[in-house]
Design a binder for this molecule. Structure first.
Ligand code: AMP
Ligand code: MG
Length: 397
């Protein structure tokens, strides 16, 4: 059995971000930039007024001087005529400054009467003018390769005239759920059967990690059906098979992997829940065999599959995002495995994240998930963590 760190290393080993594709900016939120995205324009693209008021020549302005009103410029218009000395032109916020003008007299500092405007004070040149290129110049890189397109970055690119960006392709995850006992979501109970939840969790977690999921549905515990589904599911970037990865008479997943030419990289990790995790590769396709217990599926998805998907999607640091927390009650790892304890997470009075493990713990204790926000992690090499001990925490929002 290998450690979690070693297993993650093996999963991420040699994994490169997927090739680029160009997508409309409107669809690019959360994607990772593959080629630098640069401003298509200067910003502002022309000298603009920062105020509603009057375009003037600063040298003409003094208290009490009457400037003749000569037309006006609204936002979106361009004045062609030069503003003559001794005149003023009405101007709206954002409108282009007419040639000849070098300041904007804001409405509040002006008295307009009978076709003239009187400033209440003298203006310095440049007053209330947003100068071309003061924010950005054309060609300036706004998002570098490896940057995630956050909403602020998307907004900057939109303003900079960028309509399309080159991002890393989204990984495709093929999902197969095995188990003859599984009932669809919300189906009426039936004797001997339980409701499916792993497939749903893998789909939701994968979507959040930026993957496109191809769902092959639920198949019964049958050798031929398993081989057929696995062989069909091997054409994407990642194949995830839930359940059936143990060594029982109804566990057909490992033989199916073998029959389809998937090479085993590891089987079994010192993690609880999730020990029977199987991982292999066929060509560039990563293949995960998840233990069927719902908590094992969630933990293995968060700790191993999510990082693989994020790396493929181009994220620089794809490792799980552990946070520093503190236990509110004692905890321990059991039987030499690092244990992911379902826990309620709340900020303490001093701002440190406090983790309270739920009373019920176990790979089948799905009810405890209802009381938890994520996991507190009890490392395999520490016998006992007392209340108040620092602990790594993994949120699962
Ligand atoms: P397995 O790994 O197939 O032996 O399954 C281990 C346990 O997890 C069994 O109790 C299964 O009924 C349960 N299980 C397997 N698959 C799922 C699933 N998709 N949703 C919920 N429980 C499951
Ligand atoms: Mg099963």
């Amino acid at each position: 059995m290998i450690s979690i760190e070693r297993a993650l290393e093996l999963v991420l080993d040699g994994l490169e971000p997927l090739g680029p594709e160009r997508v409309p900016l409107a669809d690019a939120a959360g994607r990772v930039v593959a080629e630098p995205a640069a401003s298509a324009v200067d910003l502002p693209p022309f000298d603009r007024s920062a105020m509603d008021g009057y375009a003037v020549r600063a040298a003409d302005t003094a208290p009490g001087v009457a400037l003749r009103l000569a037309g006006g410029v609204a936002a979106g218009e361009v004045a062609v005529a030069t503003l003559e000395p001794g005149t003023a032109a009405r101007i709206s916020t954002g409108a282009a400054i007419p040639p000849g003008a070098d300041a904007v007299l804001q409405s509040e500092l002006a008295e307009e009467t009978d076709g003239t405007v009187a400033p209440t004070r003298a203006l310095a040149p440049g007053t209330h003018i947003r100068v071309r290129g003061e924010d950005l110049t054309q060609g300036m890189v706004l998002a570098a390769a490896g940057d995630t397109l956050t909403l602020p970055r998307i907004s900057a690119l939109a303003s900079a005239g960028v309509g399309e960006v080159a991002v890393h392709r989204r990984p495709r995850l093929d999902l197969i759920v095995t188990g003859s006992e599984l009932l669809p979501l919300g189906a009426p109970p039936e004797p001997g059967r339980i409701h499916e939840s792993n497939g749903l969790m893998v789909r939701l977690l994968a979507a959040r990690a930026g993957a496109e999921v191809v769902d092959h549905g639920v198949i019964g515990d049958d050798r031929e059906a398993t081989v057929a589904a696995v062989s069909e599911g091997l054409s994407g970037d990642v194949l995830v098979v839930s359940g059936g990865v143990s060594v029982g008479p109804h566990d057909h997943v490992k033989p199916a992997f073998e029959a389809c030419g998937v090479d085993e990289v590891f089987w079994r990790v010192r993690i609880k829940p999730g020990k029977p995790l199987w991982f292999g590769r066929r060509g560039d396709t990563l293949v995960f065999g998840l233990p069927g217990n719902p908590l094992s599926t969630i933990v293995c998805s968060a700790v191993f599959i999510d990082p693989a998907l994020r790396r493929l999607a181009g994220e620089r640091d794809a490792r799980p995002r552990y946070e520093a927390g503190r236990l509110t009650r004692a905890a321990r790892a059991s039987d030499g495995r690092t244990e992911y304890l379902t826990a309620a997470l709340r900020p303490g009075a001093d701002g440190v994240l406090e983790a309270t493990p739920t009373d019920r713990q176990g790979s089948h204790m799905t009810g405890a998930l209802g009381e938890s926000d994520g996991f507190a992690i009890a490392p395999e090499d520490i016998d006992e963590l007392p209340a108040g001990a620092p602990v790594d925490v993994l949120r699962l929002g």
